[in-house]
Design a binder for this molecule. Sequence first.
Ligand SMILES: [Zn+2]
Length: 237
Amino acid sequence: MSHGRGGRADRGVLGRTAEEVQPSHDGRRLGQYRNILGIGAHPDDVDIGCGGSLAAARRAGAQIHSVSLSRCDDETALQHKKQREEEFFSASAILGAKAHVFGIPDRAFPENRKEIMFVLERLQEELRPDLVFFPSLDDPHQDHNTVAQAVVRTFRAKETLLQYEILRHGSNTFTPTLFVDITETLEMKLQALREYKTQIGTRAYFDDNSFRSLARTRGAQSGCEYAEGFMVQMMYL
Ligand SMILES: [Zn+2]
């Protein structure tokens, strides 16, 4: 179909200006989801990947749930065991999320695939989420990747499935196709991430500056100040 100069196509088929046909950006579309589940392998995954979006959804009236499949007992020095779990509960409370933690051994997710599927099936049955955030299928970290594969196999009840990015792992290949404006909730996300005191100072990427910069980059790509980017795995219109 061709669009001639001076014809109706110049003003759009309804004769409105581009500004008039812009969709609203007040979060109502995120607010259509009522029961949202963020799934992570480790305690900080969900907060890093979709903490701002979960908080925005909560503000829009949704129930939000944050899952850590591991307590990270194996990689954590003895004096910090329990602390990882407590950090997760504190961060979830800041976002307004109900926290669910499980005992899959960290860095051994591929060997525990069956148990992970079992946990995810239970979560699906009990929570009946309409939107699920989960790690990227391209994430090279074996725990993140195993969770991603298990989510895609488990959630087949027409949930919207969105892959989130974890700043460090696999972020060089992550190409977001869906964005959530988190300008209003970025500070809440950063505050939640500051609860992970065992990670701050021990991991080079774990600070306000890097989380804020990525959010600003995603914001610049999507026309707002701060955003989180996602890759759509499944969505129904
Ligand atoms: Zn992780």
